[in-house]
Design a protein around this ligand. Structure first.
Ligand SMILES: Nc1nc2c(c(=O)[nH]1)N[C@H]1C(S)=C(S)[C@@H](COP(=O)(O)OP(=O)(O)OC[C@H]3O[C@@H](n4cnc5c(=O)[nH]c(N)nc54)[C@H](O)[C@@H]3O)O[C@H]1N2
Ligand SMILES: Nc1nc2c(c(=O)[nH]1)N[C@H]1C(S)=C(S)[C@@H](COP(=O)(O)OP(=O)(O)OC[C@H]3O[C@@H](n4cnc5c(=O)[nH]c(N)nc54)[C@H](O)[C@@H]3O)O[C@H]1N2
Ligand code: SF4
Ligand SMILES: [Mo]
Length: 718
């Protein structure tokens, strides 16, 4: 949180809404700031308790930014030029129809986002299936928490990021955070991480790890990609210390023996060899967690660091197995959870943006689910296409033989955020038609044939579902600029041009939410009781909410969602990361976030204060590693991997692992971290391996004009 700015104590007029960015969905007011601008001010709410991070404090700046798109753009003669809405929408509809007539319905693809409201996510999924009739829809959530979601489903029969409210965390005796850095990624969450002992599992000594150490907790710093071995080692140590909850294992779970067979081989000293975490520290962590589990309760939470791997689902399962063996999930005051990432990372994954999914978290291949949704949509079940392919597989296939030739993007910037991004940019460029709805000219929008300027968070109505599965109201505080439309209006207008009846694609958020409720009724994520009026009134509604007064803040207290009511251990073994280091690429590059930038940076790089604070990509490197590779603090370095290169400024960090460097993925152009990352996909979740790429690193001229010229001339690096 920004300590320099405290919320004004006197209440002022303002519209109550929530932050546009992360899954914490901090509550805030939006109010006039003078000079025609707008400002945000924190609002009291259980998750943020009057706090905001730097991004929340500055979020309103983009509403009136000169970089904001004000008119639709169409590519003519290689340049994007202004057009009217009718010209832009007609062009999209005509081109899509022509391509589909020639190549079939699946030639049109849709790429959605966990940043979209529930209503947009739902309508976009319906648009793909009915207006385009395509199987080809997936979304950026596949790059986010999909591995934890898959592991949660196989363990508990249901997936909701946190199956309990964040306010429960404060009562715990210990919290283990595996691959999450909330001190930077969800700063107000730190106010709930007040347990006497925090155990932070992160290759880097992050701000979160420092908080743990300052308060008598532990920091375990495994080599990237070895979390499964570490979780198995912790389970092993906990068992030897007699800390497992035998009663819980017998009564509430199945499969412990098979899971233990895997962990039995991971005694702490062997675990140390694989992960680099000292055996005594593994035992100490097991003791801390085991003792707290028996007393006040403990939580195991996972973030992207442990999930974004080619075996990320197994790694999440390994943490769930540890939590189950300690008797945590489904107990009041204890549990396992995944820290969902994007603003609507939770709701965005429930309403049909996923290639294999229908609203209510239903499977698109389940006949009964298809019948139910078809009835709500007023179509025959046969009209709903089957399952498509996952996000990266979709991006990789664009413009190739059988792959889609047209794609519509809502709420994502894959030219920067997708793995092996240079390949993805080539694929985007090979499309016959790329349509991007955005409010800024992102790196993806720059490559589009048609850009549709849309309204921002504070200019529209809708609902979001935060990391606790709680529905929240996004309110219109500001009128959108005259040239822009809401995403719902865009989807609705395109559907009409593609021959759909108007009532099938309403542009009014409450009408869509009511329909979403009916479509989700009886599904795992049941929103049928989440009436717009309840959300508007600020009632606490956590899904499943099947009845008019129902809300489920805590899941699994009575039993898990499998038919036998038991949780399942899933036996997992450790396997090495998708690619290994060698003499040519001797270091592991891992990637992640910093407090002041959001995702691909498309929004936050356009906010003055945030851009100034972190204007360029950097690489965090141990001083010895830097010396070995001739790097000096503050100078530019070139990272080279098996798929591409990236420029970043050197930051020396004495606590870093010598075998690992860290780069943020918030920058584009020559500073695109994803030009290094490995698109090796998890077999279950189809999550790419964002957290492990083998690289080498050397001094280089910077990316400015002089630096580029020097680089081209082969000048000695400076
Ligand atoms: N400031 C900011 N906040 C954000 C976002 C943002 O872009 N910026 N994005 C939001 C979204 S969508 C998400 S998904 C969340 C993500 O929130 P986090 O999961 O907290 O974010 P990351 O920085 O991606 O990863 C967390 C940590 O994983 C570590 N890590 C890397 N490799 C490994 C490994 O092999 N094992 C382990 N255990 N750790 C590893 C990294 O060092 C990093 O500190 O943040 C949300 N909040
Ligand atoms: N190397 C590496 N890569 C990663 C990750 C990592 O840890 N490391 N993390 C991955 C994760 S967890 C995620 S979630 C992805 C996120 O990466 P992206 O999907 O690229 O997310 P954003 O950068 O938020 O892009 C959102 C774009 O949509 C626009 N936008 C925002 N809201 C709306 C809206 O309501 N409607 C419309 N039409 N547009 C909107 C924004 O202006 C922006 O241009 O990145 C993934 N990529
Ligand atoms: S923590 Fe997340 S929701 Fe809260 S202010 Fe920061 S970005 Fe917004
Ligand atoms: Mo994410």
């Amino acid at each position: 949180m920004s300590p320099a700015r405290t919320p004004p104590s006197a209440p002022q007029a303002g519209t109550a809404t929530h932050c546009p960015y992360c899954a914490l969905q901090c509550a805030m007011y939006v109010e006039p700031a003078g000079g025609g601008g707008w400002a945000t001010r924190p609002r009291d709410f259980p998750v943020n308790r009057g706090g905001l991070c730097r991004k929340g404090w500055t979020a309103a700046e983009l509403l009136t930014s000169p970089e904001r798109l004000a008119s639709p753009l169409i590519r003519r003669g290689g340049r994007l030029v202004e057009a009217t809405w009718d010209q832009a929408l007609d062009l999209v509809a005509e081109r899509v129809r022509a391509l589909q007539a020639q190549h079939g319905p699946d030639t049109a693809a849709v790429f959605g986002s966990g940043g979209l409201t529930n209503e947009k996510a739902y309508l976009l999924g319906k648009f793909a299936r009915l207006a385009l009739g395509t199987r080809m829809i997936d979304y950026n959530g596949r790059f986010c928490m999909s591995s934890a979601a898959a592991a949660s489903r196989r363990a508990f029969g249901l997936d909701r990021g946190l199956p309990f409210p964040v306010t429960d965390l404060g009562g715990a005796g210990a919290v283990l955070l595996a691959g999450a850095n909330p001190a930077e990624t969800m700063p107000p969450l730190m106010g709930h991480l007040t347990a006497p002992a925090l155990v932070v599992v992160d290759p880097r000594r992050t701000a979160t790890a420092r908080v743990a150490l300052e308060n008598g907790g532990l920091h375990l710093a495994p080599r990237p990609g070895t979390d499964t071995a570490l979780a198995l080692g912790l389970l092993h140590a906990a068992k030897l210390e007699g800390l497992l909850d035998a009663g819980y294992i017998a009564e509430r779970t199945t499969g412990f023996e098979q899971a233990w067979r895997q962990a039995a081989a991971w005694w702490p000293e062997r675990c140390e060899l694989e992960t680099g975490v000292p055996a005594p520290r593994i035992r100490a962590a097991a003791r801390l967690l085991g003792a707290a589990a028996r007393e006040q309760g403990a939580y195991v939470l996972t973030g992207r660091g442990t999930e974004q791997h080619a075996k990320g689902t197994d790694s999440a399962s390994a943490w769930i197995n540890l939590a189950l063996a300690l008797g945590l999930p489904g107990r009041d005051g204890a549990g396992w959870g995944c820290l969902t990432g994007q603003g609507n990372g939770q709701g965005g994954r429930e309403h049909g943006q996923k290639a294999d999914q229908l609203p209510g978290y239903r499977s698109i291949t389940d006949a009964a689910a298809r019948e139910h949704v078809a009835a709500v949509w007023g179509v025959d079940a046969e009209e709903i296409p089957g399952a498509g392919v996952s996000a990266f597989e979709l991006l990789e296939s664009l413009g190739t033989g059988a792959g889609p030739k047209a794609m519509l993007v809502f709420g994502s910037n894959p030219a920067v955020s997708a793995p092996d991004a240079s390949l993805v940019r080539d694929r985007l460029d090979s499309l016959d038609l790329l349509v991007v709805a955005d409010f800024v000219l992102s790196e993806t929008a720059e490559r589009a044939d048609v850009v549709l300027p849309v309204a921002q968070w504070a200019e529209e109505e809708g609902t979001m579902t935060n990391l606790e599965g709680r529905l929240l109201r996004r309110r219109r505080a500001v009128d959108p600029p005259p040239g822009v439309r809401t995403d719902l209006q865009v989807i609705s207008a395109l559907a009409a041009r593609l021959g759909q009846p108007a009532e099938r694609f309403p542009a009014d958020a409450d009408t869509v939410l009511a329909e979403l409720g009916r479509a989700s009724a009886g599904g795992a994520a049941d929103y049928s009781g989440a009436a717009p009026e309840r959300i508007e009134a600020g009632e606490e509604v956590h899904w499943p909410a099947p009845g008019p007064a129902s809300s489920t803040p805590r899941l699994f207290l009575e039993g898990f969602a499998h038919p036998d009511g038991r949780a399942r251990f899933h036996p997992v073994g450790h396997t090495p990361a998708g690619e290994a280091t060698d003499t040519q690429f001797p270091l592991v590059a891992t990637t992640g976030r910093t407090m002041g930038h959001y995702q691909s940076g498309a929004q936050t790089r356009r906010i003055g204060e945030l851009a100034q604070a972190a204007p360029a990509a950097w690489v965090e490197v141990h001083p010895d590693t830097a010396a070995e590779h001739g790097l000096a603090a503050g100078h530019w370095a070139l990272l080279t991997g098996r798929r591409g290169t990236m420029l970043a400024r050197v930051r020396l960090e004495a606590s870093a692992r010598r075998d690992t460097v860290f780069v943020p993925f918030h920058y584009g152009g020559a500073q695109t971290a994803n030009d290094l990352t490995n698109p090796a996909l998890d077999p279950v979740s189809r999550m790419p391996e964002f957290k492990v790429a083998a690289v080498r690193i050397e001094p280089a001229p910077g990316p400015d004009a002089a630096g580029a010229a020097a680089l081209a001339a082969g000048a000695a690096p400076g």
